[in-house]
Design a protein around this ligand. Structure first.
Ligand SMILES: [Zn+2]
Length: 730
């Protein structure tokens, strides 16, 4: 069935594999174009012990004059007891038909309207039944266990989203809501919008929620929460927002940390995106693993909350979704731009905002590396074709490349028009769906440029430019008088499909260096002329990673994910104890290997030479340090040296029984493949690392002490540099 009520899914730690509860395809045609407005005034009693709800919903509809029937969807498990026309005691039952939607958990209910309805119709529904789909745990090589459910009412918690179909919904509509919930004492409900009343009566807590702006869905969750709140006030506009945490008892002590972080993100993003679009923001603990951004709240799994999930890519990302996705909606069926823009503003731009250049660079590297490792050219698809994330490739296209496209757009039109355009876009599309075309329209207008070529090239076409330095030469010229300058010519090649793009070039001269941005035309060879004050020594293509391009694996920093994404992989056991935590890694790899991929070979290091092809992961204990060292030397040189009592990495020694290291080097003479080693001085030192190994996929080395990260760094891949040839013109 068509997923019409979307929640915005966030990737946990950038690695979460999200499988959505409903399959795509089998789309249901919209039949309610003539429905002008929908308002729900409902009352719902939740009984966690029996998984049931009982509800009445007075639905006020404004429809075109010719409308004779309206089509609703509702979860199949819910039983409609009555639908009446009007709310007076004299009101009559409405006639309706019910059809099960094939391949879906929903039923479609078509209600006939009276002939003379005068545009306005009130339907009062009474319905009840169970919503009982306990979250399923999914397992994945990355050992993240996201869960999925279409909705659940149970003693462990209540989760009812639009996808749960827990209320009669006019397909394709944006509605306003007034919802009163009743739940046993001790439970707290958190719903979309603003809470306007709460009281306790006969052992039941009732609370009333209002959503006054058109919204895609009403989501409510409930649990035995400990609640904390404070008021946030915007320094610039004076806007006031109540920020809240609703945590289970174990995590209640973390409330202040989350409230403070929320305030900090709101401070920053109201300046970029305009007024915060809701009256509250709540961080709510979920009873299953999730990172969900809903209108006015975010729902995070207990594990995430415990791990201090307040980083820009985590809580920051959820808060940006308040504007991007929950206030400006993604137009269903037209590609998903929401995740790319949110990722750009939260995961990336936050670091620029706080002037952490190093982290900003790291994020650009990870966006580029994610795309280059996980998207093979033959499997690539256009950003416009991204709908939702099913695997790392979708993540690399729909989040990472898409985020980078916004970076390119900003560089193309300039900072001022970009940020002005963004604010205009958010304001103009508030409470409305938008698509890539809307973005193009707004930014073209705000920048005064025709950006058709930009969106066609970066959004509608798959792939990335393959750019390299062809030649660089310079000669001395004498300008008027005695002044000497250097004229340099750089030839930049584009293999594959040539792009129109700007790429920075760093020119290193005898006693200085300069960075220039050069414009490439969509042709195979671009000759670029630069005039320089000094004799150039060498040039480097885009050292700060400001452009988006296809890079060969050996050009990227060697990391564990280079091993993970190699089609030819070997794991080598360099330990003898079958009870070693390293053995758990071997079994997990064997267990989780997708059956359609080439199998990973598992061999013992002893008596074997390292395979001639492919990437190698060596799992090593101290007793075999010497044997591993001889293999390491060939690929890593003096970057990594293993000893019985410790190791030396990048010239620094780390000794002691609590130390472990994970490092990767490009394999000498095997272009594109890596040698990765996990080495622990003792079994204890490696045990905790072994459990979370694949979380450490993006660095060339990670040093651990007692399982905690002590240091992580990157070893660059092969850089795009070229010596400048000096032509003697004299
Ligand atoms: Zn997201």
């Amino acid at each position: 069935m068509r997923i019409k009520k979307r929640v915005v899914w966030q990737h946990l730690l950038g690695l979460l594999l999200v499988i959505l509860p409903t399959a795509e395809g089998n789309s249901v045609p919209l039949q309610n174009d003539d429905v002008i407005s929908v308002h729900h005034n409902s009352s719902v009693t939740l009984t966690p012990a029996t998984h049931e709800l009982a509800a009445t919903d007075q639905i006020d509809l404004e429809v075109s004059a010719q409308v004779r029937s309206v089509s609703f969807t509702l979860a199949q498990a819910l039983q409609v007891e009555s639908i009446t026309l009007g709310q007076e005691s004299s009101s009559q039952g409405a006639s309706f038909t019910t059809v099960q939607i094939p391949g879906s958990t929903a039923q479609r209910i078509v209600v006939m309207l009276p002939e003379e309805h005068g545009h306005k119709v009130t339907l009062v529904w009474a319905y009840r039944g169970p919503i009982n789909d306990p979250p399923k745990e999914l397992r994945h090589l990355r050992f993240v266990t996201p869960s999925e459910t279409a909705g659940h009412i149970g003693l462990e918690g209540v989760y009812l989203s639009g996808e749960s179909q827990w209320y009669p919904d006019v397909e394709g509509s944006f509605s306003t809501y007034r919802v009163t919930t009743h739940i046993p004492e001790g439970w707290t409900v958190v719903g979309s919008g603003r809470k306007v009343a709460e009281n306790l009566h006969s052992g039941m807590v009732s609370s009333t929620w209002i959503v006054g702006e058109r919204s895609e869905a009403f989501t409510l969750v409930a649990n035995k929460f400990v609640t904390k709140s404070k008021e946030w006030k915007a320094s610039t506009t004076g806007q006031r927002v109540e920020i809240q945490t609703h945590f289970l008892r174990d995590n209640a002590g973390l409330a202040d940390e989350y409230l403070d972080a929320t305030a900090q993100y709101l401070d920053a993003y109201v300046q970029i995106l305009g007024d915060y679009p809701f009256e509250k923001f709540a961080v709510v603990e979920n009873f299953f693993a999730s990172g969900l951004g809903m209108p006015s709240f975010t729902l995070l799994g207990s594990g995430s909350i415990k791990r201090h999930y307040i980083q820009p890519y985590a809580l920051g990302h959820e808060i940006v979704h308040s504007w991007i996705g929950n206030s400006v909606f993604n137009r269903d069926g037209h590609g998903n731009w929401v995740e790319g823009l949110t990722t750009y503003l939260a995961n990336y731009y936050w670091h620029e905002l706080v002037q952490d250049d190093r982290q900003a660079f790291e994020q650009r590297r990870m966006m580029l590396q994610g795309y280059n490792l996980y998207v093979r050219p033959e499997d690539d698809y256009a950003v416009a074709q991204f709908f939702r994330k099913h695997d790392e490739k979708d993540n690399a296209i729909g989040y990472q490349k898409s985020a980078f496209v916004f970076h390119l757009l900003r560089r193309e039109i300039g900072d001022e028009p970009f940020w002005r355009g963004l604010k205009t876009f958010v304001g103009q599309y508030r409470n409305h769906p938008a698509d890539w075309g809307s973005i193009e329209k707004v930014f073209s207008r705000e920048s005064g440029q025709n950006l058709r070529w930009f969106f066609e090239q970066w959004v509608e076409q798959s792939g990335a430019p393959v750019v390299s330095l062809g030649d660089a030469s310079a000669h001395r010229i004498n300008k008027d008088g005695d002044q000497t300058v250097w004229q340099m010519t750089i030839r930049i090649q584009q293999s594959e499909k040539p792009y129109r793009m700007v790429i920075p070039i760093k020119v290193v001269m005898e006693d200085s260096s300069e960075e220039r941005s050069v414009m490439l035309n969509p042709s195979r060879i671009n000759a670029v002329e630069l005039v320089l004050p000094n004799a150039p020594l060498w040039v480097e293509l885009d050292p700060e990673l400001m452009s988006f391009r296809r890079l060969a694996r050996y050009q990227l920093p060697p990391v564990l994910n280079s091993y993970v994404t190699d089609s030819d992989k070997t794991v080598m056991r360099a330990f003898s104890d079958p009870a070693s935590p390293l053995e758990q890694i071997v079994s997990r790899i064997e267990e989780h290997e997708p059956t359609d991929s080439q199998r990973t070979r598992v061999v013992a290091l002893e008596g074997h030479v390292v395979p001639r092809e492919g990437s190698v992961l060596i799992l090593a204990e101290a007793a075999q340090g010497q044997a591993v060292q001889s293999v390491v030397l060939e690929s890593c040189g003096d970057r990594a040296t293993l000893k019985d009592t410790g190791f030396r990495i990048d010239g620094q020694s780390y000794d002691g029984p609590s130390m472990a290291v994970l490092f990767s080097c490009h394999r000498t003479n095997v272009p594109g493949s890596v040698l990765t080693v996990l080495y622990g001085v003792t079994s204890d030192a490696v045990a905790k690392v072994a459990r979370l190994l694949f979380y450490y996929g993006w660095h060339s080395y990670v040093i651990f002490q007692d399982g905690a990260v002590k240091k992580r760094e990157i070893w660059p891949g092969q850089e795009d540099t070229m010596e400048v040839r000096i032509d003697d013109m004299s």
